[in-house]
Design a protein around this ligand. Structure first.
Ligand code: HOZ
Length: 437
């Protein structure tokens, strides 16, 4: 596969952009090699600057649930953009999007639009602190809530991929207000709450983490968190930036049957435009300015182009629930296919999946939290990643990221993916039991 143009662009990018990328995990650092520079995408396919085509399992890290350049969204943007790209003033569109969400998600009475998932989570904890009058928050190792200072404590995603889960630049004062728990360990959270009685404003969690690979909650864990937060007057924040409108229209809350006090969104809500949002019950949300004293603002918040993109996609998803069933079936086919290929092989592996999120870890023990995710064999992951890439399958360049399927994937794309996996696994076996042992 010729990737000369990407190579050249990466060299040039490194002169002008730190590390050559505008978001670290894109740099391929933990898997090695040159990141591909993408020229265009359509449906399930990405095309790089050298003209190579890839079947895409990143979907822009989640947003492109109907595939790239989805016609209704493209047309809606084209029609709207001639009316100007931003006003910095209220629009009917943002009311329509807010109404659609509030009328669809039972525990969301009000929602505030921002520009990214990071902004949504930062604002959500400020709101929780302002509302409760308490300072500390609990987060979970390996969960990633964007790059706000309070969250860069044992963070997942690119932070752990690149070896900086605790970022320099976060002051000790900020860090000490973030208490760390292990995902799926309810007792650990209970102990933290006892040791910090009356001081914890919020527990923030990806109900189904996608930033240490995809991890599933064990029975009783999230239910227990909900009860604990109720008992102790702690705000429970579900970070549904990845799962919102992806696992179903009602996200993880609907899938799991558990309601949070504040929910954060991003990705699918903006259909690939820079949008985040946070919402919840009226009494909490009305604590935000201008109704309440907790300040949060943004020049581009509720941007009309972003709103029309999000509104068009969400209207479609709401009226086409079969999309979620189709996505689930496609992802199940990948799961079953990979398991069939790996079952009889000497490579240790775990596959976690829910709906259209899936991840593959090369480890013998179940992946249920950060430590078990970090046990995965990164050499195997690199070999698998590059074996797939050279066969035209574009996976996340880190085992600490979930794959995201789009409904543009066809059965033939899935067959092609599994054929590539078969060849890759054979190659890994030969290599593992040849030169490496
Ligand atoms: N934080 C994103 C994945 N969890 C990565 C975003 C990007 O690099 O584009």
């Amino acid at each position: 596969m010729n990737t000369q143009k990407s190579k050249h662009l990466f060299e040039k990018a490194n002169q002008f952009i730190p590390g050559g990328v505008n978001s670290p995990v894109r740099a391929f650092k933990s898997v090695g090699g040159i990141p591909l520079f993408i020229k265009k995408a359509k449906g399930a396919y990405l095309y790089d600057e050298d003209g190579n085509r890839y079947i895409d399992y990143i979907a822009s890290w989640g947003p492109m649930i109907m595939g790239h350049a989805y016609e209704p969204v493209v047309e809606a943007i084209q029609q709207k953009v001639i009316d100007s790209t931003s006003f910095g003033a209220p629009t009917e569109l943002e009311v329509q999007l807010a109404q659609l969400i509030c009328e669809s998600i039972p525990n969301i009475d009000r929602i505030r639009m921002v520009n990214s998932g990071t902004e949504a989570t930062m604002s959500a904890i400020r709101l929780a602190r302002g509302f409760t009058g308490k300072n500390k928050i609990v987060k979970f190792a390996g969960c990633y809530h964007g790059h706000g200072d309070s969250f860069l404590i044992k963070a997942g995603s690119g932070a752990v991929t690149l070896g900086y889960p605790d970022s320099p630049g976060v002051t000790p004062g900020t860090a000490q207000d973030t208490l760390l728990a292990e995902y799926n360990d309810l007792q650990g959270v209970q102990k933290l709450v006892e040791a910090n009685q009356g001081e914890i404003a919020a527990v923030i969690i990806e109900p189904i983490p996608g930033n240490m690979g995809c991890i599933l909650p064990q029975e009783g864990f999230l239910e227990g968190l909900r009860q604990l937060c109720n008992r102790e007057n702690i705000i429970l924040i579900f970070d549904e930036v990845m799962t919102g409108f992806r696992l179903g229209f009602g996200g993880a809350q609907q899938t799991l049957g558990i309601e949070a006090d504040i929910v954060t969104y991003g990705k699918v809500i903006g259909a690939g435009m820079p949008v985040g949002a946070y919402g919840g019950k009226e009494e909490i949300m009305d604590f935000i300015a201008p109704t309440g004293p907790v300040y949060q603002a943004g020049t581009l918040s509720g941007n009309p182009i972003a709103m029309i993109a999000g509104l068009t996609l969400l209207q479609y998803l709401k009226t086409h629930p079969e999309v979620y069933l189709q996505l689930d079936q496609k992802c199940e086919a990948i799961e079953i296919g990979l398991k069939d290929l790996l079952e009889s092989k000497p490579l240790p592996y775990q596959i976690n999946r829910i709906g259209s999120m899936i991840s593959l870890h090369f480890t013998a023990s179940p992946v249920v939290d950060f430590n078990t995710a970090a046990n995965g064999n990164n050499q195997y992951f690199k070999d698998f990643f590059h074996g797939m890439l050279k066969r035209g399958i574009y996976l996340p360049p880190s085992a600490f990221e979930s794959w995201f399927l789009s409904n543009a994937l066809s059965l033939s794309d899935i067959d092609q993916t599994l054929a590539a996996a078969k060849e890759t696994i054979l190659e890994m076996e030969t290599f593992a039991f040849g030169s490496r042992h």
